[in-house]
Design a binder for this molecule. Structure first.
Ligand code: BG6
Length: 487
């Protein structure tokens, strides 16, 4: 790989995300030679840390059985810590001078990456100071990486976007959705557009319905402060589910380039059929996990978790039906569900095909509609369920499964989402990032559902370690369908 050059400034350098994801990702890029000699990282945060302490933090963050300690030490030498109050203009001057000095020292060509990896309350403040204190360089590139949440509704997202675009051009802004860095999400494009057997059937004529499940076994963990204000709809649906939906349903891009892919995705976002208050209630279900005994242990209910209000109205589960107003998907429901404390962790997508047009065999013979399942995580692969004749003298039909999974060891060795995404930023490739047109469309869609829910006073529950409330099953049953995956 070609070596990248940049001074990377991380706002939130002492934070959890930086240690858990960013430092390991940068280290892997270092091990692969994408980052070599010509880079420096400035970590900023409020607390007063020395460079020595920061080096320890970075070394600990990348430590592991397969890690050469000398290499980790050499890597950490590229890191510098700057205590920083994001509201104090003077601090940006100090930061600018340090960046300029490191730029000279490491010969980074004036390239800057600004990474917002902290509480979203400060995104706008930081962006405006970067402009007013002239931190963007004239020479080299300037790129901004911004973490979620990108607003909490359409209005706040727009305000944030306006403030970012006052400092950065749109093509300098890289809005992270880490699902777009996942191997199997990226693979959806190859799978869909490089297989003749699917090209002709990926539409309403052959597909009966689409199902998207992003199921998590964990609860709210230590994130109640954030999650109480977000809930499953904002935390998972507005971003990850919507992105996955667009990858599954976008028309074929003209070419395999960022612009054409975005144009194709935009068609999906523009086609989201909006709900009003009444139809939102009919088509979206929410619930909260309740305490239950799981493998002999009593698991807490959401309202008993630390930092959660005893009368919290935050949903930890969402299921919904989404319709797309585009000719190739007319009448094809996309059922989505996601939640915390579900049966187990699994991200999987299923397309169920229409029954054959003039069947020789009826359902009593065992005939089932074909279906294709794409496994995103934790296992990675595909299953195609087809009909075949059961062994024996009679003529019974049974579903057979064509099954492929990536080798788990090879899959585990492949780069993690953050490594791919940061690599993309270094290359200036916007493909795997979300754009304002997508965000604005998905927020408008989500806002209507949130508005409908805010009128309700009852919060339905589901026992921990189940697949959500009965209403999530009824949502499909009323259409004569069911969830394909029922663990
Ligand atoms: C994050 C959400 O965006 O995605 C978390 O904030 C969630 O609540 C996580 O746990 C799930 O990501 P993954 O990669 O584990 O499926």
């Amino acid at each position: 790989p070609e070596e990248s050059r940049a001074v990377i400034i991380i706002f939130g350098g002492s934070g959890d995300l930086a240690s858990r994801k960013l430092y390991p990702a940068l280290f892997n890029l270092y091990r692969r030679g994408v980052l070599a000699e010509h880079f420096a990282v400035i970590g900023t945060a409020r607390r007063p840390w020395t460079d020595d302490h920061y080096h320890e933090v970075v070394e600990n963050a990348v430590a592991g059985d397969d890690v050469d300690r000398d290499q980790a030490k050499a890597f950490a030498q590229h890191f510098f810590y700057q205590s920083h109050d994001v509201t104090d203009a003077d601090h940006y001057i100090t930061l600018k001078n340090l960046a300029a000095k490191l730029d000279d020292q490491y010969v980074t060509g004036g390239n800057r990456i600004f990474y917002m990896a902290m509480a979203p309350d400060f995104f706008e403040t930081i962006a405006s100071h970067l402009k007013s204190e002239h931190l963007l360089t004239e020479r080299g590139f300037n790129r901004l990486i911004i973490e979620k949440p990108f607003g909490h509704d359409y209005a706040s997202a727009k305000e944030l976007n306006d403030s970012l675009t006052a400092t950065f051009d749109d093509d300098q802004i890289f809005r992270i959705d880490h699902y777009l860095g996942k191997e199997m999400i990226q693979n959806l494009l190859a799978f869909r557009f490089d297989n003749a057997i699917f090209e002709g059937v990926w539409n309403k004529d052959y597909i009966d319905n689409i199902q998207i499940t992003l199921s998590e076994a964990v609860g709210v963990e230590e994130r109640a402060g954030y999650y109480e204000k977000a809930g499953a709809l904002r935390d998972m649906v507005q971003n990850h589910v919507m992105q996955v939906l667009s990858y599954l349903t976008m028309p074929k891009p003209k070419t395999f380039t960022a612009n054409d892919i975005l144009t194709a995705k935009d068609q999906v976002f523009a086609a989201l059929k909006p709900y009003d208050l009444a139809t939102a209630k009919e088509n979206f279900v929410r619930a909260q996990y309740a305490s239950a005994e799981v493998d002999g242990d009593q698991v807490l209910g959401y309202r008993q978790e630390e930092g959660v209000a005893a009368d919290s109205q935050t949903a930890t589960f969402v299921a919904g039906k989404i319709m797309l107003d585009m000719p190739q998907w007319e009448g094809v429901p996309v059922y989505i569900r996601t939640g915390k404390r579900l049966t187990r962790k699994s991200t999987q997508l299923t397309l169920t095909f229409e029954p054959v047009t003039s069947p020789l065999f009826n359902r009593e013979t065992g005939s089932q509609p074909d279906s294709l399942t794409i496994y995103i995580e934790p296992s990675e692969g595909y299953s195609l369920q087809l009909n075949g004749k059961a062994l024996g003298t009679g003529f019974n039909i049974e579903p057979d499964e064509l099954r492929y999974r990536h080798d788990p060891e090879a899959a585990a060795a492949a780069p993690e989402a953050y490594e791919r995404l940061i690599n993309n930023v270094l290359e200036g490739d916007q493909t795997n990032f979300t754009h304002w047109s997508e965000l604005s469309a998905s927020w408008r869609f989500i806002d209507a559902i949130q508005a409908a829910w805010s009128q309700e006073t009852e919060m339905p529950t589901y026992p921990a370690a189940t697949m959500g409330p009965q209403a999530a099953f009824d949502l499909l049953a009323r259409d004569g369908r069911q969830w394909f995956w029922q663990p």
